[in-house]
Design a protein around this ligand. Structure first.
Ligand SMILES: [Zn+2]
Ligand SMILES: [Zn+2]
Length: 253
């Protein structure tokens, strides 16, 4: 069964006991992709890989991570040919530019619906990212596998329900994918349980953060930290996903 491919990393992610198993998977895939694109295998010197990075480029988050990764020469090679691609596209957009027709109403409102073709193009560029694109390709399969295991594997379902829940970002996706992968009867059974799981875990984070603040009070200085020492990083992850407390992922020497 094809899903086998995704079952092991998904189980590993659940077993890791982080604030969100999908953040865990996302981070692993992201690191693998950075090793692939920029790592010691030097894929960036292969024209088929560079064609892909030239075309897609990298989003703000991933371009920052590529910088932190630390392969200066590799980054320069990737940027050089990507620049050529971007400059050609830009020249094309400039050549085709003609002033937009703006209605009186739009002038009054002070902001036209994007009518400027240069802005349209820079928006498209902002969203385009090789790493995001490659991750998206497997994300559907992880979501699908999650629901297969959740429905059929009692142990997996128990681990999820006894676990720490998900970050809000990935929980939203999970709810969306659940609409496709669960029957009406299963939705009636599982959605309330998953909502309960999220409620309890959001409250848990709230308590961890609250106790962290109280620990700064003089009279609490000798009291136990409980689970609050790393509450800011985990609290941020729960709200927005990813691992804010992670050090930069760097090239292996
Ligand atoms: Zn997440
Ligand atoms: Zn990206």
């Amino acid at each position: 069964m094809k899903e086998k491919l995704y079952t092991i990393p998904l189980n590993d992610a659940i077993n890791a006991g982080d604030e969100c198993p999908f953040c865990h998977i996302e981070r692993n895939i992201e690191h693998d992709l950075m090793d692939y694109v920029l790592g010691s295998g030097s894929s960036y010197m292969e024209s088929n890989v560079r064609d892909l990075t030239d075309e897609a480029g990298f989003c703000r988050e991933h371009i920052r991570k590529m910088y932190d990764y630390g392969n200066t020469l590799g980054n320069a090679w990737i940027l050089k040919t990507h620049y050529r691609k971007v400059i050609n596209e830009m020249n094309d957009v400039f050549k085709k530019y003609s002033p937009a027709k703006i209605s009186f109403k739009e002038k009054l409102a002070g902001s036209p619906d994007i009518k400027n073709p240069v802005k349209k193009w820079t928006d498209k560029r902002d969203k385009s990212c090789y790493i995001c694109k490659e991750f998206d390709k497997t994300y559907d399969r992880y979501m699908e596998t999650f629901f297969i295991l959740f429905k059929e594997d009692d142990e997996f379902r128990k681990k999820v329900m006894d676990g720490k829940g998900f970050c809000l970002h990935h929980f939203g996706d999970l709810c969306e994918y659940g609409e496709i992968h669960l029957s009406d009867r299963q939705k009636e059974e599982y959605y309330p349980k998953l909502f309960e799981l999220m409620k309890n875990n959001m409250e848990r984070l709230y308590e961890d953060i609250s106790w962290l603040i109280e620990k700064f009070e003089y009279q609490n200085k000798d009291k136990d930290w409980k689970n609050s020492r790393d509450a800011v990083g985990r609290g941020m992850q729960k709200l927005r996903g990813s691992y804010p407390a992670d050090p930069p992922y760097m090239m292996k020497k």
